[in-house]
Design a protein around this ligand. Structure first.
Ligand SMILES: *[C@@H]1O[C@H](CO)[C@@H](O)[C@H](O)[C@H]1NC(C)=O
Length: 311
């Protein structure tokens, strides 16, 4: 690292959310309950899928992975936000900031990969039902999940290492509630061209290609549904794919919203609420979207509870 006569930043200050002081307590209670709901909802999904052998199918194993990723994703940002809302000292050490950035990128991109895998899984189940078990072999499932982890870790590590090269000057105030990569880049006073190029050439495709793959999978699914004449079959397909589509649109809708947002220098209320949407609200809603509309999950819950009571 080249250090000229610049001061070395050892910590950053997180400004947090643009909330008026009189509403701090209200929002604290709201965010705390949202975070607890996220933890509880996703834990229930993971435990249920582990306990019930009927749910040991690729679709539910992927769902369990998504729940795990959701749980981690919101645990990267929420505890620090809640802590900062309660204390006067909202600083975060340099290493802590980079760690937070690493894990938020890691679980964010893992989430995207899992959504693609789940869309592909539904495509195989609905469009190629006769070959489904041979396509979605346990080995392939494990490979796909592992590959998602490896790519997400490498991608996130690359950004973190590129950011660690940068030097920061006097300004260490992050107008955000967590160490977001774009907020950190704005504070850097060395050349950030490589970082921006990497975001554009790796981050862009990493968000757009999965999105296109998901869209293509669901278009195929819709076409094959249109060929089915039985209304019961159509209903069943819609009940599983409907929940997938809601999750995908929730996640991508907010990310697209963030990019279409005019990049104002200060952290606006609009940007804050959109970021809150995909870091907090989506992970919280995923388990409910999947389980409330899903009969398999409800039946599994009843089975597991009956087993527990009769023991
Ligand atoms: C994630 O998916 C893999 C492959 O289907 C499965 O073996 C594993 O148990 C899942 N992990 C979790 C935490 O659900």
């Amino acid at each position: 690292m080249i250090m000229n006569n610049k001061t070395v930043i050892t910590q950053f200050i997180l400004l947090g959310l643009p909330i008026l002081p009189e509403y701090q307590h209200l929002f604290y209670a709201l965010f705390l309950s949202m975070y607890l709901t996220t933890i509880l909802g996703n834990l229930i999904i993971i435990i249920l899928i582990q306990l019930d052998s009927h749910l040991h199918t690729p679709m539910y194993l992927f769902l369990s992975n998504l729940s795990f990723s959701d749980l981690c994703f919101s645990s990267v940002t929420m505890p620090k936000l809640l802590l900062n809302m309660q204390s006067q000292d909202t600083s975060i050490p340099y290493a802590g900031c980079l760690t937070q950035m690493y894990f938020s990128n890691l679980f964010g991109s893992l989430e995207i990969f899992l959504l693609v895998i789940m869309a592909y899984d539904r495509y195989a189940a609905i469009c190629l039902p006769l070959h489904y078990t041979s396509i979605m072999s346990p080995k392939l499932c494990v490979c796909l999940v592992l590959l998602s982890w490896v790519i997400s870790m490498l991608y996130s590590m690359l950004h973190t290492l590129l950011l660690a090269r940068l030097s920061f000057c006097e300004d260490n105030v992050i107008p955000h509630f967590f160490c977001d990569i774009s907020a950190l880049l704005k504070l850097a006073c060395s050349d950030i061209h490589i970082n921006e190029l990497m975001i554009f050439f790796l981050g862009g495709p990493l968000t757009v290609i999965p999105f296109l793959l998901i869209v293509v999978s669901y278009i195929q699914i819709v076409f094959s549904i249109l060929k089915i004449s039985s209304t019961r079959a159509i209903h069943k397909v819609f009940s599983t794919c409907g929940s997938h589509l809601s999750v995908v649109s929730l996640f991508y809708g907010t990310i697209i919203g963030l990019y279409l947002c005019p990049s104002a220098n200060n952290f606006s209320v609009k940007k804050a609420s959109i970021t809150m949407m995909y870091t907090v609200v989506t992970p919280m809603l995923n388990p409910f979207i999947y389980s409330l509309r899903n009969r398999d999950i409800k039946e599994a819950l009843v089975r597991v509870l009956i087993k527990k009571i009769s023991l």
